[in-house]
Design a protein. Structure first.
Length: 366
């Protein structure tokens, strides 16, 4: 006999390690997802109620479940929008039949209007317009929205206007709490260590960092760079790092290794570059760097740019030339901020977890 789904049901398009780790720390829930991200560690899935399902099966699971709170991907996310809408429709229909209310909620960090992206073909333009209508339909049926950044709140006001007036809303900055691993024995902090963690893709700025590294190494010979990740640029990044002084590449290590690298680093770099179809919403490497007391060097593309700039971190324009990137890294190393000063700026409770508590409970975090 199949086990019934939990009354708190999360329907996500993609799942990654961060979702799995958070699920272990959050209130019990069933999680229905369609795809796994590159950083999905099966060892983290143990003990969680996970269900992999496409659009029709997702709707069927929602309709058959005793759902009381349905959390879905934000309506401004085009990827999986039909699946999101199907889940919402199934929940609303089931609630009407059973005469039992269902709260539909979402966590929003989108900061790019995906419907402004040009479409060359007639079919693509028609689909884009249909998706926009569907997005507005989903937005109009939300009961609660937790925004992770002020930029997301502004985008939703522009996209949906009075459609989201009925929804309760709050902004809970997507900032982490101090990582618990810092309270356990581990590697010592290296004042010369710079770290890149993330997908080895051009949009994450790894090539911009590598292009700037020779200047960093010349002006600060003791500086060392560790690049951690996997992706389409892996072979190229390996070739470049092999030829750079003080640089190395570590491909797709276990989470424990990543935590050790974050604990040992002084500076974390994520030079996000906007593309026609993508913009960094927050940046998990930024969040994890902060949680480990690292100074962050990033671009203005992240939704946390304003907060970072006013809290002692380095924010530069996307596409900045190599000398500007090198200067930012050198400044961050030279400032030598003690990790405790970085950690003191963080909230006592992880922002995403606080948002989750507000979305799923009657407690208020305003």
């Amino acid at each position: 006999m199949k086990r019934a789904l939990h009354p708190h049901l999360r329907v996500y398009q993609q799942v990654r390690n961060a979702h799995l780790e958070r699920a272990h720390e959050s209130a019990p829930a069933s999680l229905v997802y369609a795809d796994r991200r590159y950083d999905f560690d099966d060892s983290l899935a143990g003990g969680l109620d996970l269900h992999r399902a496409r659009t029709l099966r997702t709707a069927a699971l929602v309709a058959a479940s005793p759902v009381r709170t349905l959390e879905v991907n934000e309506p401004a996310m085009r990827l999986g929008l039909v699946r999101t809408a199907s889940a919402v429709a199934a929940a609303r229909a089931t609630a009407a039949v059973r005469r039992r209310p269902v709260r539909v909620v979402t966590y929003a960090i989108g900061n790019l209007d995906e419907w402004q992206i040009p479409a060359d073909r007639v079919r693509a333009r028609v689909r884009r317009r249909a998706e926009r209508v569907l997005s507005r339909w989903v937005a109009g049926r939300l009961d609660r929205i937790a925004y992770g950044t002020d930029g997301a709140r502004r985008l939703y006001d522009e996209l949906y206007g009075n459609r989201i007036e009925r929804a309760d809303a709050v902004v809970v900055p997507a900032l982490p709490e101090r990582c618990g691993c810092l309270d356990r024995p581990g590697p010592a902090r290296d004042p010369e260590r710079v770290l890149f963690v993330g997908a080895l893709q051009e949009r994450k700025g790894v090539l911009h960092l590598l292009a700037a590294w020779p200047q960093v190494a010349r002006e600060r010979p003791g500086a060392r760079l560790t690049v951690i990740g996997t992706g389409e640029l892996e072979s190229h990044v390996r070739e470049v790092t092999d030829g750079l002084h003080g640089a190395c590449l570590v491909v797709d290590p276990p989470r424990a290794v990543i935590h050790d690298a974050l604990r040992a680093a002084t500076v974390v770099v994520l030079l996000s570059q906007r593309t026609p179809t993508w913009r960094e919403q927050v940046g998990l490497p930024i969040v994890e760097g902060l949680a480990h007391g690292c100074t962050v060097v990033t671009t203005g593309e992240t939704g946390l740019a304003e907060w970072l700039a006013t809290h002692g971190h380095c924010v530069i324009p996307a596409g900045a030339p190599s000398d500007v990137v090198a200067g930012a890294v050198l400044d961050a190393l030279g400032a030598a901020r003690p990790p405790e000063t970085v950690l003191r700026d963080l909230p006592a409770e992880d922002g995403r977890r606080a948002a989750d508590a507000w979305l799923t409970d009657d407690a208020c975090v305003r």
